[in-house]
Write a protein that binds this ligand. Structure first.
Ligand SMILES: Cc1cc2nc3c(=O)[nH]c(=O)nc-3n(C[C@H](O)[C@H](O)[C@H](O)COP(=O)(O)O)c2cc1C
Length: 306
């Protein structure tokens, strides 16, 4: 099985991860493969609880199972959390039952560009378990507050900068992280962002966080939807699998997602969002994304395995 799984790794690696860190590892042992993560690819500053790490690992598990099933391999997943590990891919009696194919995994992508105006059909939202929907404009104030909070934090900004690849000359441009093209930035915008982040310590007291937050101010000022994934904090890995299925469902219908995790990374905006949704425990808000029909396709994100 090891050789067959190894051959499928480039498709497993199409799973999404926060900052495109691709934190997962696959360690083969006999007929099994342990799914773990590389601590040097976690985000200890911006994801201190490991929520996005576990969601990303869950998305990876789901991708592995879908891709194996499409290749006719009978592979299952057994959660087995421990230090640096999430669980095990093992031989199963039959292939994983899923409506999705490898082609769906390849076709999905985050799209941070413009979306056509309009809300998602009710029937489609009803298919997405654990999802609450809000109008984009109703969250514009929270996005600005969260962006300001994020960019005012030196350490969060430094960690983000380490995963930005804003010029094609970056040595990891084709491997991981967030490229200028994935962020839908033009050449001048990318150069401006690079320069301002390089000068962050000097420019921070002069209002750089405000300028950076202002750049995404218009993002939710349109007729569209934001989806919030709500679920048990103790099963973030399982919810990552759910999130992956949601993104594949949306993608099959011609929709794309643009996550806005900063809204739930920042305590005050997370509490405010929970209040607006009438949810008692803000920790159960696991993911937030703008969703819509993109005006143009997104650039394909980089991967270490291709
Ligand atoms: C748990 C999680 C959180 C994410 N948070 C954000 C976010 O806050 N902002 C953003 O632009 N993208 C976010 N993303 C999207 C990733 O940056 C994206 O999946 C990664 O760059 C790979 O690109 P792809 O989705 O096009 O394959 C998130 C993805 C995951 C799985």
């Amino acid at each position: 099985m090891r050789d067959r799984l190894r051959a499928l790794e480039p498709d497993f690696w199409r799973a999404p991860s926060a900052h495109n860190t691709q934190p997962w590892t696959l360690t083969y042992a006999g007929d099994e493969a342990v799914i773990g993560w590389d601590p040097s690819r976690a985000l200890p500053i911006s994801d201190p609880t490991g929520r996005d790490l576990r969601l990303s690992l869950g998305a990876f598990v789901e991708c592995c199972l879908i891709v194996c099933a499409d290749a006719g391999l009978s592979v299952g997943f057994r959660p087995d959390p421990g230090p640096g590990r999430a669980g095990v891919l093992h031989a199963a009696a039959r292939p994983y039952a899923t409506p999705f194919r490898t082609a769906d995994v390849r076709d999905r992508g985050t799209n941070r560009g413009a979306y056509h105006p309009g809300r998602l059909p009710d029937g489609l939202v009803a298919e997405l378990a654990g999802v609450r929907r809000l109008a984009c404009r109703d969250l514009a104030d929270l996005l600005y507050a969260a962006d300001l909070h994020q960019f005012a934090d030196r350490d969060v900004t430094r960690e983000l900068r380490a995963w930005l690849r804003l010029t094609r000359r970056h040595r990891r441009y084709l491997l991981d992280g967030l490229t200028d093209r994935a962020l839908a930035l033009g050449r001048a915008e990318a150069a401006g962002l690079r320069a301002s982040l390089a000068l962050y310590p000097a420019l921070r007291p002069l209002g750089l966080p405000r300028a950076l937050a202002a750049a995404s101010r218009g993002l939710l000022d349109h007729d569209g939807d934001v989806l919030v994934l709500v679920g048990p904090v103790e099963d973030e890995l399982g919810m990552g699998r759910v999130l992956m299925r949601h993104w594949l469902t949306l993608s099959r219908h011609g929709y794309a997602a643009h996550p806005l995790s900063q809204i739930i990374d920042c305590d005050p905006t997370r509490r405010e969002l929970a209040g607006r949704l009438g949810i008692a425990d803000p920790r159960t808000l696991l993911h937030v994304a703008r969703v819509g029909r993109p005006v143009a396709p997104a650039a394909r994100s980089a991967r270490t395995r291709a």
